[in-house]
Design a binder for this molecule. Structure first.
Ligand code: GAR
Length: 204
């Protein structure tokens, strides 16, 4: 099986990172190996999760970098050293520069806690909840220069019931995320994701 070296980018809790770590240790990521965790936040719990799993962590705070591109170039150098073939954004709350996105076109995925194109941005769960909609969900997509807009790889609905609170909705969303993201990474590592005219087709 072909090996794909993966870098997971995090800023916070890291529950999606944990789901990927657990999948790699369990049924596997179809040749995918998490070789690096990148964080813009040294205090992120995700950093502790990575350390516990024995994964090298590269923490880079934004201070001292005049532009996004200057910051991203440092990260890019570290990715090259580690031979990274797939970047997985897992709650990385920093917008990547166009330069970085273009340099890894088709090799950066993101998970977003809504049914894109609805409820883009940093508060997808809360925005759906307060909107009064009865359906939201989870989207895994390729990253393009336009925020939360790249080709959708996997998407799943989550219903908002009358008795749901923001907290119960968050729980439901995270449960779906933790199943969907490892599945998308496995599909990528199996070489089964084809992008045609900005749309994803999954090969059998
Ligand atoms: C996840 O719900 C993810 O979908 C969201 O951040 C959370 C990170 O949780 N990402 C975005 O909102 C991106 N716009 P985690 O740190 O526990 O994986």
């Amino acid at each position: 099986m072909k090996t794909t070296n993966i870098a997971v980018f995090v800023s916070g809790n890291g529950s999606n990172l944990q789901a990927l770590i657990d999948c790699e240790a369990g049924k596997g990521l179809s040749g995918g190996r998490i070789e690096l965790v990148v964080s813009d936040n040294p205090g992120a719990f995700a950093v502790k999760r990575a350390e516990k799993a024995g994964i090298p962590v590269f923490v880079l705070e934004k201070k001292g970098y005049a532009t996004r591109e200057a910051y991203d170039k440092v990260i890019s150098g570290r990715l090259k050293e580690a031979g990274i073939g797939l970047v997985v954004l897992a709650g990385f709350m920093r917008i990547l520069s166009g330069w970085f996105v273009r340099s890894l076109e088709g090799r950066i995925m993101n998970i977003h806690p809504s049914l894109l194109p609805s409820f883009k941005g940093a508060c997808g769960i809360r925005d759906a909840f307060v909107s009064g909609t009865s359906v939201t969900g989870v989207t895994v997509h390729f990253v393009t220069e336009e925020l939360d807009s790249g080709p959708v790889i996997l998407q799943e609905e989550v219903s908002i019931e009358k008795g749901d609170t923001l907290e119960t909705l968050e729980e439901k969303i995270h449960k779906v995320e933790h199943r969907l993201y490892p599945e998308a990474v496995r599909l990528f590592c199996e070489g089964r994701i084809v992008v045609e005219e900005n749309k994803v087709r999954i090969r059998d």
